[in-house]
Design a protein around this ligand. Sequence first.
Ligand code: GLC
Length: 504
Amino acid sequence: MAIPWWRDAVVYEIYVRSFADASGDGVGDLAGIRQRLPYLRRLGVDALWLTPFYPSPMADGGYDVADYRGVDPLFGSLGDFEALVADAHEHGLRVVVDIVPNHSSAEHPWFKEALRGEHRDRYVFRSSPERPNNWQSTFGGPAWTQVADGQWYLHLFAPDQPDFNWRNPEVHAEFLDVLRFWLDRGVDGFRIDVAMGLYKAEGLPDVEDQSFQSKSPVWGQPEVHEVYRRWRALLDTYPGERMAVGEVWTDDPADLARYVRPDELHQSFNFAWLQAPWSATAFRKVIDDTLATVPYATWVLSNHDVVRHRTRYETADPGTGLARAKAALLTMLALPGSAYLYQGEELGLPEVKDLPPEARQDPVFFQTGGEMPGRDGCRVPLPWTADGASYGFSPDEVLPWLPQPDSFGALSVAAQDGDPHSTLEFYRRSLALRRELVAETPHTIEWLDSTADTLFFARGPMVCVLNCGTEQVPLPPHDRVLLASGHLPEDRLLPPDTAAWLHA
Ligand code: GLC
């Protein structure tokens, strides 16, 4: 069987609001992405994942969808979307779009009808004098809101994001039709938001622990798999290997394997590395568990919901952030499977921690009364030029929707382009070399002897080494160094917080 395109793909996540603004309103848009396709092609990624661009009141940055078959005027038009897909394909880039099936916006016509007392069984409504159970919203506060006539509706996220009732066949039919709508417009796949949501346990029992666990009555109910079997059957009727990747939060790789099956999803995000400390032992366990259980592995270091990995490493051990971020990238790119990058990590962008409260937009900040900073810090618009009001994110003197720190000028694309020591050029070199090497490497790894603080593994003729310790370690003998994440001294020693690729 030919290797499917997504198996080893490097997918670049575009948080649409923050990538590039062509219209000049301070918010990123589809035309902005289209203008930057040559940049993405040159970076060397295979596919783009676009976060939601559908009509939305933006209570959760677009993850509150009011119309699943349109484009919010903030981001452009359906024509802009079609032009973007056509141009991306011309550039050899696939396009994966986000689909949000767990909940809609409170502004969705179905929910407006439900509020008027019609067709409430499309959502999860209950009559009860008190809250129907003790479930909490993932964003903070109770997961139930009462409507005017006294009933309660369930929302696992913001109150503006009512959960659908997947026990109603109408919801199934609607989403199959939504998938068809975008497949007919040429999308290459879907990223499924909260893929372990959708069904809740019958009777909605109270929970003791609300974490994202497969055993919880809130998440990962067995019925959800039937949904993905139907979706897969639909995807398989289209030419060109359309794919689906699920957002499944779990700390057990065996949970991921329940979704990734020949008749279900092609991939699901593997967040295990993202949650692991900087430790060779921890990384080795993540790699072993993943490769042993999930047929098609994925690797993720950052996304629009978590603190950027440069800053995670920096916070744990000041002074190490960028070196570790680059070393982790090189290691991840050497592993079998596909890698998901988050916009701006190729520039080494840090989390922006000091956003003033009045600039913050994330419901997490508001629903926790400011106790949690929320996710705005990883969503600050990208800097394209070294100066200007928005560092080239928006045209003219327009200010972006979230303020950028002064440090963004030196981290901009223009400042790094062509500088062989820059993070951007390191990403370009790594992605180009991976493209060359993947074709000649087997889809397995073999561990090589190394000290407890290091990882050495071979993929056919290629060897990857990572030093998580505090001492320099000798490189394996006889191998030629192809690329390193930091400076390697002449004497074939691998410094701490550094990874390298070698060739026999
Ligand atoms: C997913 C998205 C996140 C969003 C949530 C609710 O976790 O990645 O950004 O807030 O779902 O839709």
